[in-house]
Design a protein around this ligand. Structure first.
Ligand code: PEP
Length: 256
């Protein structure tokens, strides 16, 4: 499979960090460091930071995204934000199904599907997160589990809509723990996901879809991970808050 057929995307997931003023500072610090990136650069921020981050990113190559959206268009869902609300702010990309949402906020494969559907209907690009826990890896069910998560999330998604889906393989045991999957482990599961896409949508779609790795990716390990044939980018948590480290990952993706 030819890696040059697809776009590399490095996306930061800021999680619940940064006030609007701090978001502006962080984007302003990152922008000059990534201006020559040979990959797409995204920063997914808390909702309250979106506007400040967008203002700071104006005229740069950084796209601002969100970290979640609700499945309903509107209604009695106190505290939630709809995909249409994001689209109305010119936010074009959203993370769905992050393992922290699954772990702490009752997100299931079905709600991940519903949120994916809503985001695609609103015209957004989705970064769809899948990945196994340590227990599931030790049980030897990683491939089946990740395949199932992918299939459920993408149920009813058309081949045309799939062009607005990026899949992030994020082993839960590697997120925020400092434990990174080896380059081989990351590639193996990204390859499984690509095979699932081939099964569902055909080879051309599988060759074209961007599949990221996420889980303690940092300036030191990014080059090896991003050089893998099935790893097309990264979803970056902790290191996305450090301009130099994030820029080093963007540079590795540019070479990767
Ligand atoms: C993430 O939040 O998606 C993530 C991969 O976090 P970290 O890079 O901190 O492991």
């Amino acid at each position: 499979m030819n890696k040059s057929l697809r776009k590399a995307v490095i996306a930061g997931n800021w999680k619940m960090n940064k006030t609007p003023a701090e978001a502006k500072e962080l984007i302003t610090a990152i922008a000059p460091l990534v201006k020559d990136a040979g990959c797409e650069v995204v920063a997914c921020t808390p909702y309250v930071d979106l506007w400040a981050a967008q203002e700071a990113a104006k005229g740069t190559n950084i796209q601002i995204g969100a970290e979640n959206c609700h499945w309903a268009k509107s209604g009695a869902f106190t505290g939630e934000i709809s995909a249409d609300m994001l689209a109305s702010m010119d936010v074009n990309i959203v993370i769905i199904g992050h393992s922290e949402r699954r772990q702490y906020f009752g997100e299931t494969d079905v709600t991940v599907h519903d949120r994916t559907r809503a985001a695609l209907d609103a015209g957004l690009t989705v970064i769809l997160c899948v990945g196994e826990t340590l227990e599931q890896r030790e049980q030897g069910i990683t491939s089946e589990l990740v395949a199932l998560q992918t299939k459920i999330a993408l149920g009813g998604v058309s081949a045309e809509e799939l062009k607005r889906v990026i899949i992030a393989y994020e082993p839960v045991w590697a997120i925020g723990t400092g434990k990174t999957a080896t380059a081989e482990q990351a590639n193996e599961v990204c390859h499984v996901i690509r095979e699932v896409i081939a099964e569902l949508y055909g080879k051309a779609a599988a060759d074209g879809i961007t599949i990221q790795y996420g889980g303690s990716m940092n300036a030191a390990n990014a080059a090896e991970l991003l050089a893998q044939p099935d790893v097309d980018g990264g979803l970056i948590g902790g290191a996305s808050l450090k301009p130099q480290d994030f820029a080093a990952i963007v540079e590795a993706a540019t070479k990767g």
